[in-house]
Each structure stands twice: as C-alpha cells, then as structure tokens.
Design a protein. Sequence first.
Length: 508
Amino acid sequence: MTAQGQGHDREPLRCLVTGATGYIGGRLVPELLAAGHRVRCLARSPERLRDHPWAGEVEVARGDVTDAASVAEAMRDIDVAYYLVHALGSGRDFEETDRRAARIFGERARAAGVRRIVYLGGLTPAGVPERELSPHLRSRAEVGRILLDSGVPTTVLRAAVVIGSGSVSFEMLRYLTERLPVMVTPSWVRTRIQPVAVRDVLRALVGSARMPEEVNRSFDIGGPEVLTYREMMIRYAAVAGLPRRIIVPVPVLTPRLSSHWVGLVTPVPASIARPLTESLRHEVVCREHDIARYVPDPPGHPVGFDEAVRLALRRVRDAEVVTRWSSASLPGAPSDPLPTDPDWAGGSLYTDCREVPVRASKEALWRVIEGVGGDNGWYSFPLAWAVRGWLDRLVGGVGLRRGRRDAARLRVGDSLDFWRVEEIEPGRLLRLRAEMRLPGLAWLEMSVETDGAGGTRYRQRALFHPHGLLGQAYWWSVSPFHAVVFGGMARNIAKASAAEAPGRASAA
C-alpha cells in the first residue's frame, strides 16, 4: 500500500523540523505548511526564525539535538520528526557529536510515540568500504543507520549534489565556472555524480511524511542525469550564457589543496569545501528510484540539470533566494549575543562610537544602512576591508565574500560577508555580530536617530570584548586605523543617504 492509500492521509500531521535555520530546513517549513501540516521548529536560537515570512504560522521550541531534555519536550504530540542537522566542521570529534545527537533523537522520538522520522543524508558510492569514505559521508551513513535502528519507522533520503539557489553545491559550481574561464582542476572533476534539484528534494521530504508504517529504509534520490563535475561546469556555462570553459584536470591536487582552491575562488570557506571535495572522490550515482512508489513523480519531475540551474539563476537574478548555505551559522563562529552593561560591569568592552548629522530623511538613511555589505560595499576604504577579508581566509575564516542573501533586505540570522545579523529593528537599528577569526567577540551597530531639532542623525558603534592578552593587543594595534575605517564609514553612509535615489543605496 502506498502512503496515498491510507485513511488518515488527508489529516494534517504535526511535524517537528530540526535545522529550520539552515538551507534545507528553512525551505521545508513553508512546504509543510502549504501541504496543510502543523509545524514546530527546534532551534538553538529561536530569534533567528523571527523574520521568516512563515514565522507566525509555526511553533518554535528552544533546544539542541544534543540535549535530551529539550528534544523530549519538542517531541511532545509530534507525528513526524525531520532530522536535518549535522555537526560537520564543529571539530575533530564531529562524528561522535553526530552519533550522540542521532541516538538522542531516535530514543526521544520512540519514547514520545512519533510515527515517523525523516532524515536527509548523503548518497554513498556503491562497492566502497565505509572506512574508505570521507568522514563527512561516513558520518551521514552512520546517522542514517542509528535512526533506522531507533524503533521508529524511518525514511532516510540519500542525495548527492543539491542544485538550488543558495545551496553550497550550487554556489561552488557557480563561482568556479563564472570566475575561471580556464581551469586547472583536481582529478575529481571527472567523477560521475547524479545531481538533484532542491525542489525534488523538498518534494521527497514532504511526501515521506505519509509513508506506510511498515516502511523503514533508505531511498536514493537524484535527478534524471548522471554527469561528471566537468560536464556540470560546461553545462552551467551554457545555461548562464558564458563562453565555453577550458578545464584541465590534474592528479596532484589533494583534498586539502582542493579545498583551499575552492576557498580561494568561491565564497565557500575551505573548512566547508574540504568535506565536500573529499566526498567527490567517489562516484555517487543512485542505485534505485523506489521513492516513486510512495512519492510519485509528477509530470516534469525529476527536474533535469539544465532546468535546475536555470531556475536557480532566475532566483539569484530576481533576488528571491529564500535560504543560503550560510543560513546556518558556521561551526566555531562566535554566537554570543551583545552583552548588557550590568553583566559586563568591570570587564573590558572597548567601543568606537561615531555620530554624524544626515541631510536626508530617516527612511533614506535606513535604506543605506540595510543595504550595506555584499556588492554595495562598506562605505569605507575598500582596500582595508579587502585585506581584512583575505587575512581571515588565510586563518580559516569565512572571509569577506559570503555577500548577502538579498541585495536590499536583511533579516535576523542572515550572513553578511564576515558578519551575521544579530538584531534588526526596521527603520531604526541594525546590529551585526562578527564571524571572522578574532581574539575576542565583536559587534557593529548602525542606527537611525532624531536630534533635538527633528533632524536625522546616524549613530555607529563598534564593540570588542577581548579574550586575554592577545585580544587586548589586537584592539590597541587596530585602533589607530579606526578613524579611517569607522570614521570614513560614518561620513560616507551619511553622504550616500543624502544622495541616494529612493529604493536603492549605492556604495561609496
């Protein structure tokens, strides 16, 4: 019997989504709502879901998959639990963290009487011993086994390269192809891969919620074509209207060197690129399409590679990218919120404050503030910002090239170059938390204020809490440049506000 044949299929299901602040989870939630289901999200930082269009339609529980108590609370009255998290890049023991989190999730789901677990894992190569897989793929496979053995009927969906606007795989492909007309590439560009469109991944995830109770297995999901990475780059160039790319594979680039090559050319830092490139050493091709028995393919599905690229590029060009690979916080990045004054009384919290009058409306000033970063720049000594971004890349940080999800609008949780939006009060305040590698914690605040005469004023505050002596030395070594960097930024934002046309800010 298929899922569609069950009597309770049309009843709304109560779904728990983990990883809702991430790329897939942030897109799955509205799809589940559109299918008529009720959704609860488990998030370490619920405030990061606040500005999503669907935020008012879901219940949000604060917690973490490694905390059994919060998982148990989130599982109450749940029918289907989606496991869309992993500890990749969180340290050398990420496999143990994944293992522990999966066990907690399965145990708590069983105790709560959850009907089904749905997990999105990675497609593993046929005939390759698990010990020879990359740590990334090996951990994904182990998590799938743990959930299948949990005693709760489980659907494990295994996908290779996901093509969609903002996905890390698409961004790697896009930037490598667009920036390098001639490429000396690693040998893995000749590896055969079965890419899948993100809309087909979401369709499979939503449809898996209604599988029959007796189904407890893995399913391979992929698009209709098997391509090498080289063919994907050539096909991308054709769809994007670029001249044909010249690609020369060489065997000397190790996974480590490959990851630095990817990190140099694309916005994807080496720490994330390395597990992805390691996974491309082996052929990842679907061995079955049994998912269609339970989630039938509608006309036109699965989406072909060219169409998936075309749809993704359209989203990018129309500034309609819903989530990006950087939607989830980079593992190891600072996450502490801005401290309040009483908590930090007697501690070191250095500040650089600037305030300038603005000959423009508050609305015009806010448009410039909300448009900072990405292609718009930072309104101050571009070389200094570029050098800081390169230095961050050299020490394994995210650098300055993550850009923006949307060219004009920001929401809490968005990545913004080497910052992340910690707070936004439309028309009044933007607070960014630094995710660059620093010997301390840093924030940058930009706000719109009114002076005593009713005029507009721009207020800017940079804050730094040093860690140890190295942090103290860092602050005092860079403070002489603040007048140029932060002072120039304040003046140029004020000038841009006075000169900007409605609806668009231009960088100085």
